[in-house]
Ligand binder design. Structure first.
Ligand code: GTP
Ligand code: MG
Length: 371
């Protein structure tokens, strides 16, 4: 009879070693798990000790079990594979537990509902920690526990202060051209229709449209439909020359809205195309439209691509389609670019709100877009 002791970080690895020596018919005489303490119990090290034997002479499995459990027949290769796969999944799950989940440990439990709410909104972790510290320090100074609404008031104060140098508010009506850019399908054309309708109905402006979105017939028709409702002219610009001809034709207009094609602006060449087509030297306000349903990282990439263009402010769309508007705040704070409008539905012109700090904060803190 052969007997041998194996030590490995995991049972699977220990078993693999046993199988290497004895094959599938080995008998486990004992197995023990030892743990070394780690940081907060999270990174403790496990090591597994296995004593295995194999009796070649009569193929009799001999066991003197120091542990009380019955001896285990070694797993067959397919189940070893399954165990290995499960172990990998568990490792991945452990890896995916963000340190942020533990970083709230430094705060008292009363703070957790508010901090988790901000986390659910997708506000940057760094900001949440700053807010948590601020609330906690105030509570310590005051030697009092704050109820949730008192905590929320501090969140509000913190955000408002951070946003104070960032501009909010719609088109200025000081510049003739309103240029609207952004990735595919975020709501550029619909938003233009909403803003133009407001300009016409509320400010009595003579509005006109130029579309450079000549990739799809439907895009031109879509803008025409809205323009017809407003009894406003539409010009189509296939190239720079057309663009200048269109401006000439629309010279009696107070405001000219430029609708552009949504492109995959993660590709720099599409941004270059815009630069070639639109004359940015005109009296122009350029807005970048982003959908709050997009991934923040992708929006960040797009913002970087537009770095060379004079982005006046963001327009954030589809706030009705998401419960997490934190990304909006992260992008504004990181890029120091403000917000002109947010939109919360498909209705033209109703579902458009001119942004101001209070309304935008209400979106995050009250989860209510209808301010
Ligand atoms: N739920 C919701 N839908 C919206 C909002 N804004 C626009 N949409 C819808 O989003 C879809 C795309 O809108 P468009 O205005 O055509 O978007 P676009 O950015 O011009 O699209 P492309 O020109 O194809 O790049 C339409 O179905 C709109 O009705 C919004 O705030 N909320
Ligand atoms: Mg469009």
């Amino acid at each position: 009879m052969k007997m041998k002791k194996y030590t490995a970080p995991t049972m699977v690895e220990a078993m693999a070693k046993v199988r290497e020596d004895f094959g599938d018919d080995a008998v486990i005489l004992s197995s023990n798990v030892t743990k070394t303490k780690g940081f907060l119990g999270l990174f403790s090290k496990r090591s597994v000790e296995v004593v295995a034997s194999y009796d070649k002479t009569n193929d009799q499995r001999i066991y003197e079990t120091p542990v009380r459990s019955a001896p285990q027949q070694l797993a067959k290769p397919e189940s070893v594979e399954r165990i290995q796969r499960e172990m990998r999944e568990i490792k991945q799950m452990l890896h995916d537990i963000k340190p942020s989940d533990r970083s709230f440990d430094k705060f008292p439990d009363e703070l957790l509902p508010v901090l988790k709410k901000l986390q659910a909104q997708g506000l940057d972790h760094e900001y949440i920690m700053e807010i948590g510290n601020l609330i906690f320090n105030r509570m310590k100074q005051d030697k009092a526990d704050y109820a949730e609404d008192q905590q929320m008031a501090i969140v509000h104060e913190w955000l408002k202060e951070r946003l104070q140098d960032i501009p909010f508010g719609g088109i200025s009506y000081q510049k003739k051209f309103i240029n609207v850019l952004g990735p595919t399908g975020v709501g550029k054309t619909t938003t233009i229709a909403k803003i133009a309708a407001r300009a016409l109905l509320e400010e009595r402006k003579k509005v006109g449209f130029i579309t450079t979105d000549t990739y799809r017939i439907a895009a031109i028709e879509q803008l025409r439909t809205y323009a017809n409702l407003l009894q406003a002219p539409v010009e189509i610009a296939y190239n720079e020359e057309d663009f200048h001809a269109a401006i000439e034709k629309l010279k009696d207009r107070d405001l000219i809205f430029i609708d552009t094609a949504g492109r995959n602006y993660k590709e720099a060449k599409f941004v270059d195309d815009l630069k070639n087509l639109i004359d940015f030297s005109l009296e122009m306000e350029t807005y970048l439209v982003l959908s709050t349903t997009s991934k923040e990282q992708d929006m960040e990439t797009i913002i970087n691509r537009f770095e060379k263009l004079p982005i006046e402010k963001f327009i954030f769309t589809k706030t009705d389609e998401t419960n997490s508007v934190g990304s909006m705040f992260n992008l504004m704070l990181k890029n120091r670019i403000g917000m002109a409008y947010f939109t919360d539905g498909q209705e033209v012109p109703e579902d458009l709100t001119e942004a101001d700090v209070e309304k935008v904060l209400a979106l995050l803190l009250e989860g209510d877009s209808h301010a």
